[in-house]
Design a protein around this ligand. Structure first.
Ligand SMILES: Cc1cc2nc3c(=O)[nH]c(=O)nc-3n(C[C@H](O)[C@H](O)[C@H](O)COP(=O)(O)OP(=O)(O)OC[C@H]3O[C@@H](n4cnc5c(N)ncnc54)[C@H](O)[C@@H]3O)c2cc1C
Length: 85
């Protein structure tokens, strides 16, 4: 028996993983899963994007994680590295 349109739509909406919160952690998790071929659904409770903040500051080794997500190069081109003597 072929699924009816409503059934088919419900079937398409089935995700492997549900992530609560579309912040940095939630979106990074979703992207990491996507790169592994795992579908996820990100739910965000806020109606508005929080666009406050000043800078993204991190240590060099964090770029390993960003590389794994496939965004390390893009971010590195926009960074200033601070070296100590
Ligand atoms: C005012 C301010 C300025 C900041 N400035 C900087 C900065 O300049 N540089 C910097 O590196 N860091 C800054 N930070 C810190 C940075 O924002 C956090 O470290 C980072 O956002 C944490 O990411 P997160 O994904 O863990 O949490 P969040 O970014 O807080 O994301 C969590 C998301 O989950 C949603 N949520 C919560 N509960 C639910 C639920 N039950 N269902 C669905 N959605 C839900 C929230 O609405 C939110 O969007 C700032 C933080 C604040 C508050």
């Amino acid at each position: 028996m072929r699924p009816q349109p409503a059934q088919a739509q419900a079937m398409e909406a089935v995700e492997d993983i549900v992530i609560a919160g579309a912040g940095l952690a939630g979106l990074a998790t979703a992207r990491g899963l996507h790169r592994k071929g795992v579908r996820s659904l990100v739910l965000e409770s806020s109606l508005m994007l929080r666009a406050s903040g000043f800078a993204f500051t991190t240590w060099t080794n964090a770029f390993r994680a960003l590389d794994t997500l496939g965004v390390g190069d893009k971010i590195q081109h926009r960074t200033t590295q601070v070296h100590h003597k």
